[in-house]
Design a binder for this molecule. Structure first.
Ligand code: F6P
Length: 570
């Protein structure tokens, strides 16, 4: 599959793009728009209810032609088909990559290793539907007979960021009688704060972990079990009513003490960061109900079909991926700002950070050769308009080029007076200001003193995309996530990297496991790290021994978490 494709920088389209870049790099968006009155209408694409305006990128028609030629020379179509066919395109883990099967309709056939996976997907969905209805209706009772009012998802990375993002994004559609919390960090504060005001008799934990071995999640799950049992009289039978698991590892789940009947499975062909629409989305379904969850899946599927079947010049994920390559590899833009003008999408940038950076933060090709070009850019962002009063200054007038993705909606979910028009005016104003800026002549014309003029000039020529949709619904969220998933895939194909492994997280995990006993041992450990790490460990051990200035035991009276506080008689 990869051998007949030339290394990226030797592909004719890449060379042509490099030459083309030299010609167009200094063209200003002011001129491009002035010379072509239809540019803002022409350089757009729409699909599945999403509208993409990419006209404010530093491109001309030839750029798009060459980028599509690059996609063709990189066999993007073939690689899309290979993914949808269940081929093991995650080569370093020898796994298929079939998140698209998670949202395939019931009758679809998607095979890997000769087996159609769609029936299993729908069997798990059905089990989730039944469970969600039981909890939401109050038919599922806790150990003492009380109904469940609180749901806490314990997970990290893909087992947390998708659920928490989707919960926040779709809060408008959620059952407000239920409280949802998300515990991810091994910092005990995360667990303590999430549970401090909750009654264990009314609290259900979802332990979400693909592997069921992740240190943070297992540590939090153990603390949750201790908290639950303490509050429920210590009977281990209570676990069955207050814990369910989402995992691919049935053995570990039952070793933890969770009844396999209360386990919701998924498969090794679902990557953690591509799993929010698998059983990892159980908390989402509990919050918004099965019907809305199925609408979310439909939205994903609609974008999947668009990606699979639409020519690249009208294909939203392909265009976004290719434009990202243009900005990243030719203009040297090393970051992307994701700016949703929708408060409910406040966790979307954090979600995209894992999706994009864990996927495409790679330095070798599929065959293990060092790349000689940049791969995944850094993603960050905040909802607008908040970011405008914080980091946008650097985007407008700093020395770096930061392409922006603005995301906005025609309707507010919480309509309030003039708020939505003001919000949307800001989206359009920001994209306009970034593109066109303000010249020295314009600044001078405002009678600005000469010495102040340079400070008030906006160079402009800062690229952005604007994505518009009617309103944020479960289906639209599915479409948006799938749009970015496939844009990430497009980029990974061009760079010829494995977008579906994550070896870069391993080393830190292994070293942490080695250091834990060195921090906990009573006897002074024999440290064999470098001099800095050794010294830091010694310093921490000293800090641990020092008398605290504040006595945590006093807190015990106020906090239900006395199982942790009671150890400290200080
Ligand atoms: O950080 C690495 C990682 O493997 C992510 O890819 C994954 O989403 C996360 O850890 C959690 O893993 P698990 O679901 O197995 O607990």
């Amino acid at each position: 599959m990869t051998t007949r494709i030339k290394p990226l920088t030797q592909r004719p389209a890449w060379k042509a793009l490099a030459a083309h870049y030299k010609k167009v790099q200094d063209l200003h968006l002011r001129k491009l728009f002035a010379d072509d009155s239809k540019r803002g209408e022409r350089m757009t694409a729409a699909a599945a209810g999403l509208f993409l305006d990419y006209s404010k990128n530093r491109i001309v028609d030839q750029t798009i032609k060459l980028l599509i030629q690059l996609a063709n020379e990189s066999d993007l179509s073939g690689r899309i088909e290979a993914m949808f066919r269940g081929e093991k395109i995650n080569v370093t883990e020898n796994r298929a990559v079939l998140h698209v099967a998670l949202r395939a309709p019931k009758g679809a056939i998607i095979k890997t290793d000769g087996k159609n996976v769609v029936p299993e997907v729908h069997a798990v969905l059905e089990k989730m539907n039944v469970f969600s209805e039981r909890v939401r209706s109050g038919r599922w009772k806790g150990h003492t007979g009380k109904r469940i009012k609180n749901v806490i998802n314990i997970g990290i990375g893909g087992s947390d960021l998708g659920p928490v993002m989707a919960y926040e994004a779709l809060k408008h559609y959620s059952d407000r009688r239920l409280t949802f919390r998300f515990v991810s960090n091994v910092d005990g504060t995360d667990f303590v704060e999430a549970t401090r005001d909750l009654d264990p008799a009314e609290t259900l934990f979802i332990v979400s972990s693909k592997t069921f071995t992740t240190l943070e999640t297992m540590t939090n799950a153990q603390s949750a079990r201790a908290w639950s049992l303490k509050g429920l009289g210590g009977n281990p039978k209570a676990v069955a009513k207050h814990f369910v698991a989402v995992s691919t590892n049935a053995e570990k789940v039952s070793a933890f003490g969770i009844d396999p009947a209360n386990m919701f499975g998924f498969w090794d062909w679902v990557g953690g960061r591509y799993s929010m629409d698998s059983a990892i989305g159980l908390s989402t379904m509990l919050a918004i109900g099965p019907e809305n969850f199925h609408a979310l899946l439909k939205g994903f599927h609609e974008m999947d079909e668009h990606f699979r079947t639409t020519p690249f010049e009208k294909n939203l994920p392909a265009l976004m991926g290719l434009l990202s390559i243009w900005n990243n590899d030719f203009f040297g833009a090393s970051t992307v700002a994701v700016l949703p003008y929708e408060q409910y999408l406040k966790r979307f940038p954090a979600y995209l950070q894992q999706l994009t950076m864990e996927s495409n933060g790679k330095h070798v090709t599929l065959s293990g050769k060092n790349v000689d070009y940049q791969t995944g850019p850094i993603y960050s962002g905040e909802p607008g308009t908040n970011g405008q009063h914080s980091f946008y200054q650097l985007i407008h007038q700093g020395t770096r080029l930061i392409p922006c993705d603005f995301i906005a909606f025609g309707h507010a979910l919480s309509p309030l007076g003039r708020h939505h028009d003001i919000l949307l005016a800001n989206v359009f104003a920001q994209a306009e200001a970034l593109a066109f800026g303000k010249t020295a002549a314009e600044v001078k014309a405002e009678r600005t003193p000469d010495w102040l003029v340079p400070h008030r000039v906006f160079e402009g020529n800062r690229p952005s995309n604007v994505i518009l949709a009617e309103r944020l619904t479960p289906a639209v969220l599915g479409k948006l996530v799938a749009l970015y998933e496939h844009s990430v895939f497009t980029q990974g194909v061009i760079w010829n990297i494995d977008s579906f492994d994550q070896w870069g997280v391993e080393l830190g995990k292994v070293l942490a496991q080695r250091i834990v006993p060195e921090l906990e041992s009573k006897a002074t450990p024999m440290l064999k790290h470098d001099s800095s790490t050794n010294n830091l460990i010694r310093h921490y051990r000293k800090l641990k021994k020092a008398k605290p200035v504040w006595n945590p035991a006093r807190r015990e009276k106020l906090s239900p978490h006395s199982h942790t506080a009671s150890k400290g008689k200080l």
